[in-house]
Design a protein around this ligand. Structure first.
Ligand SMILES: Nc1ncnc2c1ncn2[C@@H]1O[C@H](COP(=O)(O)OP(=O)(O)OP(=O)(O)O)[C@@H](O)[C@H]1O
Length: 669
């Protein structure tokens, strides 16, 4: 059924981007409108469980609910295989997910979410609609500059659910959030407010007021008094106790009344120290700071701005070391299995190769060839902004040009622009190969470039003569000998124009490119208010266009497929994981202020200026904390379990390695 629906949708006006959930009545997909790139959620509705006449009656309610705190339903789409609701897409997932993942949900953020829910309920109640199934699973989240916005979902479906219950064909809902009268089949708007009371309790305390099997919960809701830990400020205890009154007449009588009470509490309450500490402990995922032995590998003579590593084990050689080089060049010490580290400083890229592996234990010396240490440097004509290591060599992205530096060049080191030919290297075919850094592309103005991991494609956004917009072009880098790449767009005339203020370009995979632009304040045009995200196919067709209302910095690709990772200036104690397929956001609360990010296949590492390090697994959970050297300028993961850190302070620097296997991270290396 779902496979057929997916097939059917391929021909519809929506492009499916991925499955985001499984509900009781069908699957939920993230999709984008083919023409506008607008993101929607498509919720499949099983015909057997939703007879059309009943559904159409409910759809009237659903379409009438238009509020910022309600997941708006736009339309019902029919295909030959099924029906699905077209709804606003909520990239933050459910509140249940947030309560489980984001261990640092500040009390004020909890209150803000409850205020959002009450505002949404107030709107619905005024239209005579009772939700009947308020619980964290039915609260979805969208990103906002000051946290998350809560949006109630499953309106109408919940009402329909009631019909199913009265038919005797459904279960009875969620007992943990059910008001006493609900167990007798009665409900009113105060039943919804009772459920919000349970949710408020759970958000602030970490568990629900009553638990157990359904019959125990029923008895508790009906008879047992609510006991609230005294860490919860008195004013909030009063709000919870009022919402959780057994008799409906004693509760808040409207969502507005309860909203006002929570708002007053939010402005007056002072969260005591013990409570803040509990929150801090939860922010670290309960992870203690582990002992961390770092080995100083060398002193640095310059401030390293980027570290790039190529691990020497057989598995990663295939990907990064580049079969192309290994096949065509013989007698290169770089063919040997050994860790390789590139350091970038202004115009220089230096490279060291460590045959024995960097994490052997003590400081290790770089490989020596003919008694010479393999510590070589290639100087390029302009400052290197970024180095991308791909199978064909290292691509140095500079202010106005891109050079490809063959790996073998680092055997001897060469300085440009002297461009003296190097001694030829004999290839496996027996012919002589002359090596020089090769100019891949040159631009008259600013540009951004991204190169696919296998080095086959390059996306370039070159700023137009108007200095405002950029044209996106995708180039083939194959064959690698070619210094004139072929444009896929058949020339720039067909290339899509990107939004102004473009600041980051990345390849999502071999088929998609993503461009990030700053959104500026409409009045002043100076302060950055958010980010516009545009995804295009390699042929230049738009797939997604959406704006995030938060400024981002340090945006980088993650080793986890389809993931970007970023820091938010407005939320210094957090990191944002941006999954592109399907589109999802996870804001991870931290107890450090990260300034550097390094990604590994198993997760991400964040480092603060004072040397504190937090290790996240690929689900965004904090799995390790340790203290490294202060003043880091660049960090990189050496797969699978090495961490390299370059530091710089007062004209002195060091390169340090940490063996994460020896730190307690819970990651199975
Ligand atoms: N509008 C949406 N935007 C983003 N994700 C959504 C959206 N609606 C649902 N989801 C995701 O899909 C999952 C299933 O949703 P759905 O509402 O169908 O399930 P449910 O909670 O079991 O509800 P129901 O009882 O209506 O079937 C949710 O947990 C959520 O992760």
């Amino acid at each position: 059924m779902s496979y057929l629906l997916a097939k059917e949708l391929k021909r519809s006006k929506y492009r499916l981007l991925g499955l985001v959930g499984q509900g009781q009545f069908g699957q939920v997909y993230c999709a984008s409108h083919r023409k506008t790139g607008r993101l929607v959620a498509l919720k499949e509705l099983d015909k057997k469980r939703f007879p059309t006449h009943k559904f159409l009656r409910e759809l009237r309610f659903l379409l009438s609910l238009q509020h910022d705190n309600i997941v708006t339903c736009h339309a019902l789409e029919h295909t030959s295989t099924g029906r699905y609701l077209v709804m606003d897409y909520c990239e933050g997932g459910t509140l249940r997910g947030l309560m489980e993942d984001d261990v640092r949900l500040h009390p004020s953020q909890c209150l803000k979410l409850v205020i959002d829910i009450l505002a949404g309920l107030d709107h619905a109640h005024h239209r005579g609609i009772v939700h009947c199934d308020i619980k964290p699973e039915n609260i979805l989240l969208t990103l906002q500059a000051d946290g998350w916005r809560a949006r109630i979902s499953d309106f109408g479906i919940a009402r329909l659910h009631q019909d199913i219950i009265s038919d005797g064909s459904g279960n009875t809902g969620s007992p943990a959030y059910m008001a006493p009268e609900r167990f007798y089949g009665q409900y009113s708007i105060t039943s919804d407010l009772y459920a919000v009371g349970v949710l408020l309790f759970e958000l602030l305390v970490g568990y629900r007021p009553f638990s157990g099997v359904p019959i125990e919960m029923m008895s508790a809701h009906l008879n047992r008094p609510v006991s609230i830990p005294n860490t919860v400020p008195a004013v909030l205890q009063t709000v919870i106790l009022t919402a959780l009154q057994k008799l409906p007449a004693r509760r808040f009588q409207s969502a507005t009344e309860m909203l006002k009470a929570v708002q007053t509490a939010a402005t007056n309450v002072e969260f005591d120290r013990a409570w803040a500490d509990t929150m801090l402990l939860r922010a670290s995922g309960g992870q203690p700071i582990s002992e961390c032995h770092y080995v100083q590998q060398e002193t640095l003579r310059s401030r390293v701005q980027q570290l790039v590593t190529v691990a020497g084990d057989a598995s990663s050689q295939g990907d990064l070391n580049g079969t192309a080089i290994a096949k065509t060049v013989v007698n290169s010490p770089f063919d040997a299995t050994g860790d390789r580290v590139y350091q970038i400083h202004k115009n220089d890229i230096s490279c060291r190769s460590y045959a024995g592996g960097l994490l052997a234990g003590n400081a290790v010396s770089p490989v020596e060839v003919d008694g010479r240490s393999l510590f070589s440097c290639v100087r390029l004509p302009q400052a290197v902004k970024e180095l991308l290591v791909r199978p064909q060599g290292c691509f140095a992205i500079m202010q106005r040009s891109i050079y490809r530096v063959p790996v073998e060049l680092f055997q001897t080191g060469v300085a440009l622009p002297s461009q003296k030919p190097l001694p030829p290297i004999v290839s496996t075919s027996g012919s002589l190969v002359h090596l020089l850094p090769e100019l891949v592309a040159e631009f008259s103005g600013d540009f951004l470039a991204a190169i696919e991991t296998k080095g086959r494609w390059m996306a370039v956004a070159a700023v137009e003569a108007d200095k405002v917009t950029s044209l996106l072009d995708v180039w083939s880098l194959l064959p690698i000998q070619s210094s004139k790449p072929v444009s896929c767009n058949g020339g720039t005339s067909a290339a899509p124009r990107l939004a102004s203020n473009l600041f980051h370009l990345a390849m999502v995979d071999a088929r998609y490119v993503v461009a990030f632009s700053h959104l500026l304040d409409k009045g002043t045009h100076s302060s950055i208010t958010g980010v516009l995200l545009e995804i295009f196919t390699r042929r230049g067709h738009p797939v997604i266009t959406l704006s995030l209302p938060v400024p981002l910095r340090h945006l980088s690709g993650s080793a986890t497929p389809y993931r970007m990772i970023a820091l938010e200036p407005g939320q210094p104690h957090s990191v944002l994981l941006i999954d592109l397929k399907p589109f999802k956001l996870l804001r991870v609360g931290l107890d450090i202020v990260p300034i550097l990010i390094a990604s590994a296949s198993w997760g991400d590492i964040l480092m603060a200026a004072d040397g504190n390090i937090v290790v996240l697994d690929r689900y965004g959970l904090v799995v390790g904390r340790m203290v490294g050297p202060a003043n880091p300028t660049a960090i990189a993961v050496l797969e699978p379990h090495g961490l390299l850190i370059a530091t710089w302070a007062e004209g002195q620097g060091t390169l340090v390695t940490i063996n994460l296997k020896q730190a307690s991270t819970g990651i199975l290396f």
